[in-house]
Design a protein around this ligand. Structure first.
Ligand code: PEP
Length: 251
């Protein structure tokens, strides 16, 4: 049985004070929720504030990116050890905004995944096709390529610790959500790929989140699909009320 995970990606939003206030309010609203895992990924500068505000709550803290080296002359970068020091349990890897706006490629994403895993962080590998790729009927080829390259050289034990987020680029921040059926189709394809490449145990245990304009009004339809195990949420995670409504989708 895969426990659902609802994760919020705050991108480049919220100061420390805003982080503290939002997380306190979120805690008041969701309380001891046990049936769903809850994760918030604030910007780096707000991680210490997030850690303090989330202490003693069910809210876990993650980061939006990491560097693959332990330390060194990498101006502007943040290491896995630094994230752990700030209370992170998870880290997003290969978000489409990193791929598109900051030139991240599958080889770098692979190194980041390996670093996260060897540091005991849980990586959330983001994959997804552009509108152009969908229209050219290349969805399967694109996603399989991202998985193949991103997961290169990982052991079966490491594979069992990763989470995948399917985020069609055309649905991120656009208000266009994939229908539950479209999302389910791709999630089933991803699970099938894991079964073929690794094992049915790896495929059954894999949590696959959907991301792309998930809102309180569409979350239950998505979560009702057999291969959708959670959501990665941008815009609707910024307000405590809407994120609380998302994580309480079963209630
Ligand atoms: C995201 O940033 O991963 C995302 C899915 O954003 P939004 O929910 O705003 O589409």
């Amino acid at each position: 049985m895969r426990k659902p995970l609802i994760a919020g990606n705050w991108k480049m939003f919220k100061t420390q004070a805003e982080t503290r206030d939002t997380l306190r309010r979120l805690d008041e609203l969701i309380g001891r929720l046990l049936e769903v895992e809850v994760l918030i990924c604030p910007p780096f500068t707000s991680l210490p504030a997030a850690r303090r505000a989330a202490a003693g709550t069910v809210i876990q803290i993650g980061a939006q990116n990491l560097h693959w080296e332990e330390k060194g002359a990498f101006t502007g970068e943040v290491s896995a050890a630094m994230l752990i020091d700030c209370g992170c349990s998870h880290v997003l890897v290969g978000h489409s905004e990193r791929r598109q706006l900051f030139g991240e490629d599958d080889a770098g994403i692979n190194r980041k995944l390996k670093k996260a895993l060897s540091s005991q962080l849980v990586p959330i590998l983001c994959v997804g096709e552009s509108l152009q790729e969908r229209e050219a009927e290349r969805v399967e080829e694109v996603i399989e390529g991202q998985l193949q390259q991103g997961l290169k050289g990982l052991t079966a034990q490491e594979i069992s610790r990763i989470i995948v987020a399917y985020e069609p680029v055309w649905a991120i921040g656009t208000g266009k959500t994939a229908t539950p059926e479209i999302a389910q189709q791709v999630h089933a394809m991803i699970r099938g790929w894991f079964e073929g490449k690794y094992s049915s145990v790896a495929a059954d245990g894999l949590r696959i989140l959907y991301g792309g304009s998930v809102k309180p009004g569409n979350v239950s339809g998505l979560m009702a699909q057999p291969d959708i195990d959670g959501a990665l949420v941008g815009g609707a995670s910024l307000e405590a009320e809407s994120f609380a409504a998302l994580v309480s989708y079963q209630r």
